[in-house]
Ligand binder design. Sequence first.
Ligand code: TPP
Ligand code: MG
Length: 548
Amino acid sequence: MAVINIESTKTLTGAQIIVKTLKTLGVDTIFGYPGGIVLSIYDELFKQNDIKHILVRHEQAAVHAAEGYARVSGKCGVVLVTSGPGAANTVSGIANAYLDGYPLVVLTGQVFSSLIGKNAFQEVNILDITKSCTKAGFQITSAEQIQDTLYKAFDCATSGKKAPVVVDMAKNIFTEQVEFVEKTQCLTNEHHAIKGNIKKVLSEIISSKRPVVVAGGGVVHSHCEKELYNFVKQLGIPVVNTLMSLGTYPQEDENHAGMIGIFGSYAANQTLKESDLILSIGARLNDRITCCFKEKELERKFIQLDINENEISNNVTASDSITGDAGTVLKEMNKILDSKDKNWNFSTWLEHVQDLKKHNKINSKISDKMHSYEVIQKIYEYTKDMDMIVTTEVGQHQLWTAQNYKFKRAGRFLTSGGSGTMGFGFPAAIGASIALDKAPVICIAGDGSFQMNEQELAVCKDYNLPIKIFIMNNGYLGMVRQLQQKGFEKRYSETKISNPDFTKLAEAYNIPAININTTEDLTKALPKVFSENTPYIINCNVEPMEIV
Ligand SMILES: Cc1ncc(C[n+]2csc(CCOP(=O)(O)OP(=O)(O)O)c2C)c(N)n1
Ligand SMILES: [Mg+2]
């Protein structure tokens, strides 16, 4: 990365340089929580108005909110926390962003550099702790290193395969005065040379009989849903989504076979089984997908396109591969297809895939009570033309959302895919709403998961974020209970949970709330919930024993 000098020398403190450099890097929002070690930075933040600081109530929530912000804004999420427990509380959030590939810079305070390694008060070795779930970690021990290190950190987090980066800052750097020469960043515009033979891959696809495209999270990252659509339509072949890519292909389109994986549809998984060529575009194919297939069932025909070379053949051995940005490669492929005689015809295969869809399992009721899937279907019906962001927590409600909310556009479904972190969805909704200048966001939460970060209701209230929190209150850690029902002869060990009265909890935060017991109640409540420009808790008392 090249940098050029744009200003003459002046003397600044490290804390001033940090805030100044963040501004130069285009940072407008930081999610954080203060502590003694980072007070000098907070003092500098206090003196300015360009960077907004969102004060959360737990550092884990700051990281999830920053990820929600990054997912929606396309920018790098930024977190600022103090040393020791503050830094340690960020770990689940960092791991979450790492596994789903979103860019974050997490700024952690650290003890004086002379005390590092001496078990000083509030010292943890956050770089060692997060080594396996960050793309890089930097430690700054002198104010002179600040500017270059921050440039490097942002560049690393946002280029190529996006990921979190930790910047650990020793306390002494904040007050150190140094000669400062401001540099301006020349964007690396990191160009990813495409590796692999696009023409060969295309002719393999054209000469196959039953090809299918697997669209993964990489399509979201690359913002190439249009290119994907053109590609699929030009060839007239089926396409499936992973959980992370829902919305990148219109789900009601005839080429769409559904979502693959353990909670995917019969038609989508069967399409993969019966295909003779799979083109995977930015999909990781982790064990939640591969467990649906027999060993080697995917390998002989698996062509992988991914921006990250390390991902090639990581889970499924690829017969061929292309390394590069999904959008760039698809554009190139579409150009070649445009210039070709269209002498391929996959219509019989596509018709067969349509037939498979008729065998999809449909949700069915097991009692007269309101079911979670019905609630989600109602929310979808009411909001389908509003182009809203929907976040979820982790559990059964997450999968019912994936199955029943028919996302039409990329980047509208914010869920924890790789890590499955309970407690992600609500703070992610906060970050998403802030990225959209306080737009309404839907959060579909489980009663268990919501209690992992419910303290963030204070943030919703403080900033008046119109987040509509639908709690699927089944009185259970439903997803785990379901596993016990099937695999442990209904011994529901430690999965029945007691809950607070969520409407009273909302009241304590001065947030409106409503109890819903029937779908009729819900139909009546939805217009009010969405017309009020405030946060809202909708506590849905649902059938406890439903199974996904
Ligand atoms: C932080 C964390 N702890 C534990 C788990 C394991 N786990 C996965 S789903 C689940 C139950 C979630 O319950 P709830 O939020 O009520 O959702 P439901 O399945 O009932 O819809 C648990 C405990 C997890 N994914 N994340
Ligand atoms: Mg539950």
